[in-house]
Design a protein around this ligand. Sequence first.
Ligand code: PLP
Length: 230
Amino acid sequence: MAQTPEMSSTPAKQLEGVRARIAAAARSAGRDAADVELIAVSKTFEAPGILPVLQAGHLLFGENRVQEAKRKWPALKAQFPDTKLHLVGPLQSNKVKEAVELFDAIHAIDRVKIARAIAAEMTKQAKRLQLFVQVNTGEEPQKAGVSPKEAAAFVAMCRDDLKLDIAGLMCIPPVDEEPAVHFALLAKFADELSLQGLSMGMSDDFETAIEFGATHVRVGSAIFGMRTTA
Ligand SMILES: *Cc1c(COP(=O)(O)O)cnc(C)c1O
């Protein structure tokens, strides 16, 4: 098999490349690159794959499964105590306690039950996490997120009833559609709700997301390489 440039590159070099692309995208959008946080999504990669990125000075990571993160991160965090962890995947009620213990942010809040459990658990642990509401902008039945029609009411419920400080909105555009349309829609919703945070953009589309105002891009394979498992 021919070696692709990606295979010969190291995660640290790829991190540098992604940073440069973020800087360029911010510049051409007339934005400050410092306003775009890069979440290095390390799901499916074990410590040997993650360590070079930590050693390169990157301290913001994303995982999509609570159990996997719990298995991998305590040891890594012991070595790099300033690491921040964001849960980018859906959360189940029975994992809320562990999620609040381990993570600094949750990106996929989309149900009253989960929002309520997070609120209660944050109070119990006296810990505030950064919270994003996921919007299913493509209205895909299999995808997490509140429907666009329900987004405003859901955010209002989180704020007014549960006293949650919602940082922003998150979306994952449908794979076969132009992501710009979805990023524009999410940015419009956030603006209408006076929310600053926009968690949008992955390896294939983070530059477009930055053009539309992303404050948090979630980049996995462009840093760590291709995943062999989901
Ligand atoms: C896996 C994942 C990412 C990163 O995906 P890449 O295409 O590898 O950059 C971003 N967001 C979420 C929610 C993910 O599950």
